[in-house]
Write a protein that binds this ligand. Structure first.
Ligand SMILES: Cc1ncc(COP(=O)(O)O)c(C=O)c1O
Length: 379
């Protein structure tokens, strides 16, 4: 057992001013959606180059609402990547559409755009890429393809708040962009998410979709024409998210320096497949640092590797399982062997600790634990 405090693989960084701000909101009487939601949305819109943004209770809610906003339902196909979080599969299925998977790159984990092109059918309505720390897919090519084939792009940017494409924030470029404010993400509102839309008409529709489907009439009564959800963010959460967004540049700088330290330390262990290496001015953000373990060369499996790190006081995660091989994915035709890169990542990936409260010394401690565990397992 390690004498040092247990190092979780992810977690929030909340300062005392934010915590005090929550107290102020609780005392204000406005604890459900109110002025802080509007302030948070205005700041997010600034961050997204003036595009309209609406906040919701999670990125999962934002993805569901984005699909509904795009009018996607039974009979429609949505192309997504087999290597992502369950949200994308679940929400496609939940609105009654059919998920169509493609594979990803082994290193960047970005979806294969040539495979996306080949997967388009007359029933395809949208492409749903997940963006990864360290590298974005070619967004010009993705959006040109979508425009040419008249498809919406529902962009799962849960992991990449602060990543930039050609000098502009993800969200400032793009179509329907979703962010997550779960505690493990680049900023948090405890739980929460945001949806960036094309124009004010879409934003008004999102307001209805996130709140019962209610629209307000001239006589100050209400009407519903479709069954909306109940996904409005409370002001307590918006107050936290607003404060966190102001701190995003500092969080990103810390995360990047930790990621760079991982790369420097892992230079001596080329046996792992590493994420894409950062280059100066590349505009990429670092929510996670995940490697592929050289499992075929080790005498232990991933579960035992993770247990060994756990015993050394180092938490790890798995990001992510292969969606097409989940029970739900298999119900939609998923089979082993279809997407070799997504499947290999699912088998071999391990996410090592990276969050804004960590120090370089913490990274060194993780690297020593990994090196020690791999050395023992190779012996
Ligand atoms: C890639 C990705 N997309 C979407 C989500 C969903 O985010 P939320 O928990 O805010 O619904 C997550 C959450 O972990 C995620 O990792």
């Amino acid at each position: 057992m390690s004498a040092l405090p247990y190092l979780k693989f992810a977690g929030p960084s909340l300062d005392e001013a934010t915590i005090a701000g929550v107290g102020d909101v609780l005392r204000s009487g406005h604890i459900a959606s109110g002025p802080w939601v509007r302030r948070f949305e205005a700041s997010l819109s600034d961050f997204c180059g003036g595009r309209p943004v609406r906040v919701l209770t999670s990125a999962t809610a934002a993805v569901e609402v984005a699909l509904q906003l795009a009018g996607i339902g039974p009979g429609d196909e949505v192309i997504t990547c087999a290597q992502s979080f369950f949200t994308v599969l679940n929400m496609i299925v939940k609105v009654g559409a059919t998920p169509v998977f493609v594979d990803c790159d082994l290193v960047t984990r970005n979806l294969d755009l040539a495979a996306v092109d080949a997967a388009i059918t007359p029933r395809t309505r949208a492409i749903m890429p997940t963006y990864w720390p360290g590298s974005l897919p070619d967004l010009d090519r993705l959006h040109a393809l979508a425009r040419r084939r008249k498809l919406r792009v529902i962009e799962d940017a849960a992991l990449v708040m602060g990543s930039q494409w050609k000098g502009r924030n993800v969200g400032a470029v793009g179509d329907l962009v979703t962010f997550s404010f779960h505690p493990n993400k680049n900023i948090t509102s405890i739980e929460g998410g945001a949806l960036v839309v094309a124009d004010e008409a879409e934003a008004a529709r999102v307001e209805a979709l996130r709140f019962h489907g209610i629209v307000y009439l001239a006589d100050r009564t209400r009407d519903v024409a479709f069954p909306g959800g109940k996904f409005n963010m409370p002001d307590v959460n918006a107050r936290i998210g607003h404060a966190q967004l102001e701190q995003l540049p500092a969080f990103l700088a810390t995360r990047r320096s930790l990621a760079e330290r991982y790369f420097a330390r892992f230079e001596t262990d080329p046996a792992c497949v590493l994420p894409p290496r950062p280059t100066p001015g590349d505009g990429q953000s670092w929510n996670m640092w995940s490697v592929l373990l050289p499992l075929p060369r080790l005498s232990l499996d991933r579960l035992r590797f993770r247990d060994a790190l756990d015993a050394l006081g180092v938490g790890t995660g798995v990001s992510y399982e292969a969606l097409h091989l989940s029970t739900l994915g298999r119900k939609h035709g998923g089979k082993a062997g279809q997407f070799p890169n997504a499947e290999r990542i699912a088998r071999e990936t391990v996410t090592l600790p990276l969050h804004a409260r960590m120090t370089i010394t913490d990274v060194d401690r993780v690297c020593s634990a990994v090196t020690e565990t791999i050395a023992v397992a190779r012996a």
